[in-house]
Design a protein around this ligand. Structure first.
Ligand code: SF4
Length: 81
C-alpha cells in the first residue's frame, strides 16, 4: 500500500508530474490532483489544501515517485507502508 499526497497550496501548475504519472491530472483551479477514476484506489481524502490518495495492489509506486522527484516545488509526497 502506498499513499500519494499533493500539497495543492504549494503546487503552481507546472505539470511536470502529469507526464511522469498519468494519474495526475489538472484540477479546475489549475493545480494538480489525482484522477477520480484512477485504478487501485482504496481511500481518498481531500482537505483544504491537500489531497491524499491510497493505492493498493498495483505496480505504479515508481511512477508516483518519479512524479514527486520531478515536481520543482516538492508538492508531492509518496509514502509506502
Ligand atoms: S509538478 Fe508539482 S507543482 Fe507542478 S503540477 Fe505537479 S504537483 Fe503541481
Amino acid at each position: 500500500m502506498y499513499e500519494v499526497t499533493i500539497d495543492r497550496d504549494a503546487c503552481d501548475g507546472v505539470f511536470a508530474c502529469l507526464v511522469r504519472d498519468g494519474r495526475f491530472v489538472e484540477a479546475d483551479d489549475g493545480t494538480a490532483t489525482i484522477d477520480e477514476d484512477a485504478d487501485a484506489v482504496t481511500e481518498r481524502r481531500t482537505e483544504a489544501d491537500e489531497v491524499t490518495v491510497s493505492f493498493e495492489g498495483d505496480d505504479m509506486v515508481d511512477d508516483a515517485r518519479q512524479a514527486a522527484a520531478a515536481c520543482p516545488l516538492d508538492a508531492i509526497t509518496v509514502e509506502e507502508s
